[in-house]
Design a protein around this ligand. Structure first.
Ligand SMILES: [Zn+2]
Length: 139
């Protein structure tokens, strides 16, 4: 609803499932149209979403060939126990005299606890969860 004397809301573009690159390209295009436009970086948006929702992600290193994740019991290994591939980018490691350990591949986990807590925060999703629980008990 537009009130007299108020600026109407800006048109928005929905990009569900968009990549970081898509966000940055859309931001760049918007900035070209309106150079004074101040937009959040992808990192800033990601951080705000995390702060508002309470949902966090856990990143773990994994073998470049996806054999194993370097989690316990493999957390301390520097090479994959299955294929022998190095865990870290060897060029980065050599150029920094072993200081910079950049994983060659990572995977992300979204712990279920914070997701459920976030759903209970809002009446619509909480009601939906409650009703789906009742349905499963009845059937
Ligand atoms: Zn491997």
């Amino acid at each position: 609803m537009c009130l007299p004397g108020k600026t109407p809301p800006a048109p928005s573009v929905s990009c569900m499932d968009a990549s970081q690159r898509t966000y940055e390209e859309v931001s760049w295009n918007a900035w070209e149209l309106v150079p004074r436009l101040e937009l959040l970086s992808f990192y800033q948006v990601e951080r705000r979403a995390r702060d508002l929702s309470g949902i966090v992600t856990w990143e773990h290193h994994m073998c470049i060939k996806s054999c194993v994740g370097f989690t316990s019991p493999f957390a301390a290994l520097e090479c994959c126990p299955e294929c022998g591939e190095p865990r870290y980018n060897q060029q980065e490691l050599e150029e920094s005299d072993g200081e910079r350990k950049v994983p060659r591949k990572i995977f992300m986990m979204f712990p279920v606890g914070p997701q459920l807590q976030a759903r209970w925060k809002y009446s619509q999703t909480a009601k939906s969860m409650f009703l789906s629980g009742q349905t499963s008990v009845v059937t």
